[in-house]
Design a binder for this molecule. Structure first.
Ligand SMILES: [Fe+2]
Ligand SMILES: [Fe+2]
Length: 146
């Protein structure tokens, strides 16, 4: 075809918790991740059904704050158990917060549409959870966290 297809919208199920897909094997952090994914789902719904860009923007701000609190929690546990990859993990947390703040700023100053948020969220924290967060599980379990 001569025209290019529009970018597909992320499926709503992407922002619905599933043990199989999202669990990192430490229940306290699974609970925190589940809450963050639920917030992402609320952002997606606000944009998909109601086109409520202001709500999406304020939910993104909440998501960034809650994600920072979650990262602080993970970092303090990693410090307590002397997790070998703590520094690289912490550096990735900082980069993720920076990326999300940059997106929020662009949405706020109008240089990017709020409709871009779900596509950003599709990979943003999800990739980190599936790779780096899964690496701390066995060390935490050895230290009595389940
Ligand atoms: Fe995490
Ligand atoms: Fe993490």
């Amino acid at each position: 075809m001569w025209f290019s297809k529009p970018k597909p919208e992320p499926e709503p199920s992407l922002f619905i918790w599933s043990d199989e897909e999202h669990s990192v094997g430490v229940s306290i952090f699974d609970q925190e991740h589940e809450r963050l994914i639920a917030l992402m789902g609320q952002i997606h719904l606000a944009l998909q059904h109601k086109q409520d860009r202001h709500r999406a923007e304020s939910l993104l701000e909440t998501l960034i704050h809650e994600t920072q609190a979650h990262f602080d929690h993970e970092e303090s546990v990693m410090r307590n158990i002397d997790f070998a990859e703590r520094e690289a993990h912490t550096a990735e947390h900082a980069a993720l917060i920076q990326q999300a703040n940059a997106l929020l700023l662009k949405v706020r100053n109008g240089s990017i549409s709020a409709l871009a948020i779900p596509n950003f969220l599709k990979t943003w924290l999800m990739t980190h959870m599936r790779s780096m967060d899964r690496k701390y599980a066995s060390c935490m379990r050895r230290n009595g966290l389940h």
